[in-house]
Design a protein around this ligand. Structure first.
Ligand SMILES: [Zn+2]
Length: 462
């Protein structure tokens, strides 16, 4: 599925202080991210929200917000939220990019893979790290001003927690299947908090070992309609989800457990109650997994929206009970399109999944044949916007090969535009209203000279 960039919304609410006659300065900034929560979803369900999302919707709402950069994925999207910078500056150009200058061995094979929040440690082992984030987060800035300030970032995904928290976060926690919520290998967690983490993780483990029963709110029933994906699989009907399965993540329980961990951190670390401004960043991941596995317009997403509404209510109620004056914002890292199979049923004949022939290894092999070379002229096998020419290609051949790759991608019906590294490198940064930016300007907002590819390939939305 391709992400749609034109979407995340922002809701802001001043709580605690807002109820007092003389508002006090907030001592806690709460940033909630709902992964893949498009403004389309918000508009669709807004009238049905009764709990936390209804409360936030009574604050300041920007219902047609969107991400203006090109690579609207989880890691770059989250990197923009608490830094105020686009991926060109955060350096987080995609969920995973390749670094042709840093080859390494994995499982006996040479690879250049470089996930967005991972670095090699001194033993050559890939570990989760905030080092790839090139700019400070809000928490980093507060910490630089006041060493007493604490930032806590908690998410269902490592990349979400890491780039929301930043390098100076007091505590960064993310969920790992079978392990529960974990932090950096070299992090120190104070004993009281570690005890709480262990306690929540026992609940996480019990839940992960349990099948998730189907729950379908009455308002979602009319959405039930099976849609086939290939010969063996269908979505559109809510079923029990097996314990320890990949789809376990696509049930509300992942958000519920993320919330449990956030509540434990709020209480144990006394967020907002010390002489400093603290930051709590929580990214709820289940909406994204529901979108990926089941699409955005079925009963599965409907059930998730009701569960999310309750989860946000639980978080706000907990914050209110602390008596802390806090400001809360809710936004998304990117949006999402419905599955092409259902879009097709609904009269969008162009809706389709990405052709496997567009993967860089396939295109790279095609072009290699043109030049009588063996193997692939491109790195990697997973399609991402950034496409890298193999470092082994000799320099005198590179311009002609790059042009052949450009023509191959540009001529494909699923490709919107292809841009060359050199044209992006020399272009002025975009300015003016971002909603009027061209695809080239959006690509420039995602272009980082040290990390971006030799070509940037942007797909058509479908
Ligand atoms: Zn995401």
């Amino acid at each position: 599925m391709r992400y749609l960039g034109l979407i995340p919304l922002l809701m802001l609410l001043l709580c605690g202080a807002a109820r007092a006659s003389v508002p006090s300065q907030p001592t806690l900034v709460v940033a909630i991210v709902v992964d893949q929560y498009s403004a389309d979803l918000f508009s669709e369900y807004r009238a049905l929200y009764k709990d936390g999302l209804a409360t936030l919707a009574r604050g300041v709402v920007f219902p047609r917000g969107y991400q203006s950069h090109a690579g609207t994925e989880t890691c770059p999207g989250h990197s923009t939220i608490l830094t105020g910078m686009r991926p060109a500056h955060t350096g987080i150009i995609s969920n995973e990019w390749l670094d042709p200058r840093r080859s390494r061995q994995e499982g006996g094979a040479q690879t250049f893979s470089w996930p967005c929040v991972k670095e090699l440690d001194e033993h050559g082992v890939l570990v989760v790290s905030p080092k790839t984030l090139l700019v400070p987060t809000l928490g980093d800035r507060l910490r630089a001003l006041d060493s007493n300030s604490r930032t806590v970032a908690i998410a269902g995904k490592d990349r979400a927690a890491v780039v929301l928290g930043g390098k100076a976060a007091y505590l960064t926690l993310w969920w790992v299947p079978g392990k529960g919520f974990v932090t950096y290998a070299n992090a120190t967690v104070d004993a009281g908090m570690q005890g709480k983490v262990d306690g929540v993780n026992r609940k996480v483990e019990t839940a992960y070992q349990s099948a998730q029963p189907p729950k379908l709110p009455k308002q979602c029933e009319a959405r039930t309609r099976a849609v086939a994906i290939g010969d063996k699989h269908s979505v559109g009907e809510v079923h029990e989800i097996a314990a320890k399965s990949e789809r376990w993540r696509a049930t509300p329980v992942l958000d519920t457990l993320t919330l449990e961990m956030a509540k434990a951190a709020i209480d144990t670390l006394q967020l907002g109650k010390r002489k400093a401004v603290d930051v709590l960043a929580v990214s709820f991941s289940a909406t994204d997994y529901v979108g990926h596995y089941f699409g955005t317009e079925g009963p599965e997403m409907c059930a998730q929206q009701f569960a999310l509404d309750a989860t946000i209510k639980d978080l706000l109620s907990h914050l209110n009970r602390t008596g802390v004056s806090y400001v809360v914002a809710l936004t998304a890292d990117h949006g999402g399109l419905d599955i092409p199979e259902r879009n097709s049923v609904r009269g969008m004949p162009a809706a389709n999944r990405l052709e496997a022939s567009l993967s860089p290894d396939k295109v790279g092999e095609e072009v290699a044949k043109e030049f009588h070379l063996s193997g692939s002229v491109l790195l990697g096998s997973y399609f991402a916007n950034d496409v890298f020419l193999a470092p082994s290609i000799e320099s005198k051949l590179r311009p002609a090969i790059l042009d052949a790759v450009r023509r191959r991608y540009a001529g494909d019906a699923q490709v919107a535009r292809v841009f060359m590294r050199d044209e992006l490198l020399t272009a002025e940064p975009p300015s003016g209203p971002p909603d009027q930016w061209t695809l080239f300007e959006r690509a420039k907002a995602s272009f980082n000279p040290q990390r971006s590819g030799d070509l940037v390939v942007l797909l058509k939305p479908s």
